[in-house]
Design a protein around this ligand. Structure first.
Ligand code: FES
Length: 94
């Protein structure tokens, strides 16, 4: 795992999340990262089922392990920014 970057894992190939729009949300997530100029700080990984199907679409933010369920497009800027800010704060404190 890259310790200087946030990794946002989104389920796009399980049985449930794609039916709830996770592929479109993953695309929007990548666009959101770029629009916030955070490509060098936030990586988006598309994943298979993460075992959280009931609350899909799901995002897990690493290295913090924060889980976001029932994700909608409108949630994405907040998810991206809060994790980038967390990483920035941690890298300042070492
Ligand atoms: S299908 Fe997405 S977590 Fe299982």
């Amino acid at each position: 795992m890259n310790k200087t970057m946030v990794e946002l894992h989104i389920c796009t190939s399980g049985k449930t999340c794609p039916k709830r729009g996770s592929c479109e949300i993953a695309k929007k997530l990548k666009e959101t990262v770029s629009s916030l100029n955070l490509d060098d700080k936030v990586l988006v990984h598309e994943e298979g089922c993460m075992g959280l199907c009931r609350s899909g679409p799901n995002i897990i933010a690493m290295p913090y392990g924060t889980k976001y369920g029932y994700v909608q497009e409108t949630d994405l800027p907040k998810i991206v920014q809060e994790n980038a800010d967390k990483m920035a704060a941690h890298s300042k404190t070492g």
